[in-house]
Write a protein that binds this ligand. Structure first.
Ligand code: ATP
Ligand code: MG
Length: 144
């Protein structure tokens, strides 16, 4: 059972980006973040802010794995996964998913992580994104 450590009511994409930038300074390398929430709830927007917060501006689409984008500087990485189109856990294993999850100088940020929900992961954070009634309002909850 994870514990709620931060909550934000975000009223626009910029709020979400700023929240992600701030949070990026508190999450150590070697961590994994599961991002759970509906289509368009702000998971990718959050990831962009998170990478920006760590000073990573270069987003590189992996040439071999369309479900993975990497951000990097000279020594650290963000591995941004989107498992929406993944059909089985074996696909995740085939692309070296476990190796990415075990990286000590990287942070894995995973959209649509339900497929690998049962994985036993150290230093795992979970962020829930909820779309509220008004168009651009989102509730973001961070669990550790
Ligand atoms: N408060 C907000 N926070 C984040 N995005 C917002 C907010 N209000 C409106 N938006 C808009 O909602 C959309 C969020 O898209 P985004 O790609 O980040 O969602 P997602 O959760 O990654 O979706 P998907 O599951 O399809 O990958 C963007 O078009 C963004 O401009
Ligand atoms: Mg997305």
């Amino acid at each position: 059972m994870q514990k709620l450590i931060k909550t934000l009511i975000s009223n626009c994409p910029e709020d979400t980006i700023q929240f992600a930038k701030d949070l990026s300074k508190t999450i150590p390398y070697g961590s994994t973040i599961y991002m759970v929430g509906d289509l368009g709830s702000g998971k990718t927007t959050f990831t962009k802010g998170f990478a920006e917060g760590l000073g990573f501006s270069n987003e590189v689409q992996s040439p071999t794995y369309p479900i993975l984008n990497e951000y990097s500087n000279s020594k650290n990485f963000i591995y941004h996964f989107d498992l929406y189109r993944l059909k089985s856990v074996s696909e995740f294993l085939e692309i070296g998913g476990i190796e990415y999850l075990s990286s000590t100088n990287g942070i894995c940020i995973i959209e649509w992580p339900e497929l690998i929900d049962s994985f036993d992961i150290e230093n795992k954070f979970k962020i829930l994104f909820k779309v509220n009634g008004s168009e651009s309002s989102r509730t973001i909850e961070v669990y550790k």
